[in-house]
Write a protein that binds this ligand. Structure first.
Ligand code: RIB
Ligand code: CA
Length: 307
């Protein structure tokens, strides 16, 4: 039985790789992709999501979401992902293009969740603005949300400030709304994404695998050096997808997480470990297995698309 999921995203180079892996995962049924302002502005994140779905020949619905954080002014990460959000990469035009929904992402999320026969898993891999709006505008959806598996936060450290990870820092008020809800959350934060970097050798193993292997290797060559050190590349968002397809790779602890929303520590996810916490914080992973999964994922994509 495939797990029905909604991916909420700000593509974003690592988002593109994570979404591709999810769209071809046998374990997942990607019902909807919703976009949010984050790495770059909403027009570019939305265009990148639609172009990716068309490039992969999928008919997955895409809905444009919220451009700005709830209260703060959007800070972007174009220095990592380029102004376009996908570096210098340009998707080839596709016939029969997937049509972008005319409804707002939050409305599409609400409709899908309320009418789903199976509880839906939310997979936010950008700022949590859309998810916070969904939970506040349509609280009845909570009873049909299985869990939220997100890339964001950190029990230790930060990448946008010394104590805040970008997705949470970008919209701390939205993150506080989401983490304060008593919905089961899996937090794939910097604690684990920093460990699960892939190597340039892993990239070399897939770069020749058709147009998707070519896309991934070209995207990663543009991925700013802030995320690639000593030949290893951190594809943050891929952790959230691999948690869903290969949960045994990951280890962690249960916690409650308080999000700081003001001042110098804004965006900090203060993590209190407790056995009855509703947040599972990923803290460790089998890195070699993660790397093997990366390579095998894109070999399977190649076989499905061009084999
Ligand atoms: O901190 C990493 C996160 O910020 C990832 O989701 C990346 O795409 C950026 O949005
Ligand atoms: Ca992202």
């Amino acid at each position: 039985m495939k797990t029905p999921i909604i991916i909420d995203t700000d593509p974003g180079i690592d988002d593109v790789i994570a979404i591709t892996a999810a769209l071809f995962a046998e374990e997942l049924d990607v019902k909807l992709i919703t976009t949010v302002g984050g790495n770059v502005g909403i027009e570019n994140t939305t265009r990148n999501a639609v172009n990716l779905v068309n490039f992969l020949g999928k008919g997955t619905p895409v809905a444009k979401g919220t451009a700005q954080p709830l209260l703060n002014k959007l800070v972007n990460a174009s220095f990592v992902h380029g102004e376009s959000g996908v570096g210098g990469y340009r998707f080839e035009e596709q016939e029969n293009a997937t049509v972008l929904s005319t409804r707002h992402a939050v409305e599409e999320m609400k409709e899908l969740i309320l009418h789903s026969a199976e509880p839906v898993t939310l997979v936010p891999i950008g700022p949590l603005t859309n998810v916070a709006l969904l939970l506040r505008m349509y609280p009845k959806t909570k009873s049909n949300i299985k869990e939220i598996v997100l890339m964001g936060g950190a029990a230790q450290g930060g990448n946008r400030t010394p104590v805040a990870e970008f997705n949470i820092f970008a919209d701390p008020h939205a993150a506080k709304i989401v983490f304060d809800e008593q919905i089961k959350i899996v937090m794939c934060g910097l604690d684990v994404t920093r460990l699960t970097s892939i190597t340039t050798e892993n990239v070399r193993e897939i770069e020749g695998l058709g147009k998707v292997g070519d896309m991934v290797s070209r995207l990663l060559s543009d991925y700013d050096s802030t995320t690639s050190t000593h030949g290893s590349i951190t594809i943050h968002d891929l952790c959230a997808v691999f948690y869903l397809t290969r949960p045994e790779i990951f280890k962690g602890k249960r916690a409650t997480v308080n999000v700081v929303t003001e001042g110098e520590a804004s965006g900090c996810t203060v993590t209190h470990y407790t056995e009855d916490g509703h947040v599972f914080v990923c803290l460790d992973a089998d890195v070699e297995e993660f790397r093997r999964e990366f390579v095998s994922t894109f070999k399977k994509v190649y076989e499905k698309m061009e084999g």
